[in-house]
Write a protein that binds this ligand. Structure first.
Ligand code: CMX
Length: 441
């Protein structure tokens, strides 16, 4: 066993015993009552699962094991000469519940580089898909085809003791995370760069190596990739990609299958695909105006038209957040620190103008609960700035990062022995009868 795995085992055993005792002793304690609206409208703010890796606050934003994004940008170990955190560090934090040392992060980088060999048949499967296939579909196909490698599935079919599930989930998760950058880069280079692929550089950290294999070796885009891979990792358990991974994993589908289902959810335009939608939406605005920087009045008119056409303004709103997403602010800070001093970028400037113009318009509809930008409002324009203009690829990058959070959670799910997830449902007739009974009292 490697040392991270041994240290995880030493933590997970007592934690599982504690949870078991909690359920036994306090299992009947009521945590809340839920409304008809919550039952019909996506179970918003119902507490219905346990996620150890991160917690989202409507006003404060995301905290990973208690640490905010600004705190982590300061506290997590960085690459030599780099200013942004290494995603290996946030993975360690989510899995172990404590900040990593430089040595911990270095060890994970080496471990992932060692595990990063993608089986050839995965590339063969990708090569059979039409080039026009959306990158997210290719990503999901690749992950599913890699399921042949699942140690969890192999161990289960041999009849492993349930106490050992976490150990195989850990191995699959580490292998999957290690291999995803290669898979993502293969999809990118095949689709947009005539299939000219770039070998990994095992000396680079995980995120920098991803940038390198995609074809971007500028130190600033490597910094952006480290930041991007850090801020997209996790958003507590109820978002579609995390919840789908957790749900499917609860049937003891192995980590490859569980993560693939999470990615099918991330591919939805109300979730991760919003990053590509934002860029398409901004480019369309520019095209309609014949290029250049729009005025605030023109942006206002464009937003109002989007709403009047019955469409969403991508990159704005959130199911939980009620303030500007700190992940948006981190990217805005990156723009101000790395790009703006050397010259304004038109698309990034439009995002800043949108931030001023959009919230009052969205608020004035009276129905949009959060008029503030989310993570997807900013990410695409930064990538475009560095030359990655293929916006239908952006959600794949989100997915590579999201693997770190949802797979760390999946290892904990198996370590804590969470059972199959099976919430109850009601019919509308049943709800009407219940309401009538309550009102008759
Ligand atoms: N533009 C237009 N209308 C919006 C809106 C937006 N940005 N955000 C919410 N609304 C609308 C909803 O569609 C809903 O309309 P109806 O009552 O007509 O159905 C109404 O406002 C109330 O919605 P809400 O309670 O404020 O928001 P939800 O929790 O239902 O949805 C979200 C949250 C993110 C799906 C929604 O804000 C949205 O569609 N935003 C645009 C897409 C986007 O940026 N998604 C990325 C989210 C972050 C991520 O997961 O990556």
């Amino acid at each position: 066993m490697d040392s991270l795995k041994e240290r995880f085992a030493a933590k997970a055993g007592p934690a599982a015993a504690e949870v078991k005792a909690l359920i036994k002793e306090k299992g009947d304690v009521k945590l809340g009552e839920y409304t008809v609206a919550q039952v019909y409208q996506g179970m918003k703010s119902m507490i219905g699962m346990v996620t150890e890796t991160s917690k989202l606050d409507a006003n404060d934003g995301i905290r990973f094991r208690g640490y905010s994004i600004p705190e982590l940008r300061e506290k997590l170990p960085k690459a030599a000469g780099g200013t942004e955190p290494l995603p290996e560090g946030i993975f360690y934090l989510m899995l172990m519940g404590e900040l990593p040392t430089e040595e911990d992060v270095h060890q994970i980088s080496n471990d992932w580089a060692r595990r990063a060999i993608v089986p050839k048949h995965v590339f063969d499967v990708l090569d059979k898909l039409p080039l026009s296939t959306h990158p997210m579909t290719q990503f999901i196909v690749a992950i599913t085809s890699m399921q042949t490698e699942s140690l969890f599935a192999a161990a289960y079919s041999k009849g492993v003791n349930k106490k050992e599930y976490w150990s195989y989930a850990y191995e699959d998760s580490m292998n999957l995370i290690a291999r995803l950058p290669r898979v993502a880069a293969y999809i990118y280079r095949r689709k947009y760069k005539n299939g000219v692929h770039i070998e990994p550089d095992p000396k680079l950290d995980w995120a920098a190596n991803l940038a390198h294999m995609l074809g971007y070796d500028d130190p600033n885009i490597m910094s952006l990739m480290r930041l991007y891979m850090t801020i997209h990792v996790d958003h507590e358990g109820g978002n579609v990609s995390a919840h789908a991974t957790h749900l499917v994993g609860s049937a003891l589908s192995d980590p490859y299958l569980a993560f693939a289902s999470g990615m099918t959810g991330l591919a939805g335009p109300l979730h991760g695909l919003a990053n590509q939608e934002v860029l398409s939406w901004i480019l369309k605005l520019r095209q309609e105006l014949g290029g250049g920087l729009p005025t605030e009045a023109q942006i206002e008119e464009y937003i109002k038209k989007t709403l009047a056409d019955g469409k969403v303004v991508p990159g704005y709103g959130h199911a939980v957040l009620r303030k500007t997403d700190p992940r948006f602010s981190a990217q805005q800070d990156f723009y101000n620190h790395y790009i703006r001093p050397t010259g304004k970028d038109d698309l990034c400037e439009i995002v800043q103008m949108m931030y001023k113009v959009a919230p009052p318009i969205l608020e004035s509809t009276g129905k949009i609960k959060n008029p503030w930008p989310n993570v997807d409002a900013h990410s695409g324009v930064l990538l475009t700035h560095y030359g990655m203009v293929e916006h239908d690829f952006y959600t794949v990058l989100f997915g590579v990062s999201r693997a770190l959070g949802v797979l760390a959670s999946l290892v904990w799910d198996r370590a804590l022995g969470h059972p199959i997830e099976r919430p109850g449902s009601m019919t509308t007739e049943g709800i009407k009868i219940k309401i009538a009974a309550i009102e008759a009292k």
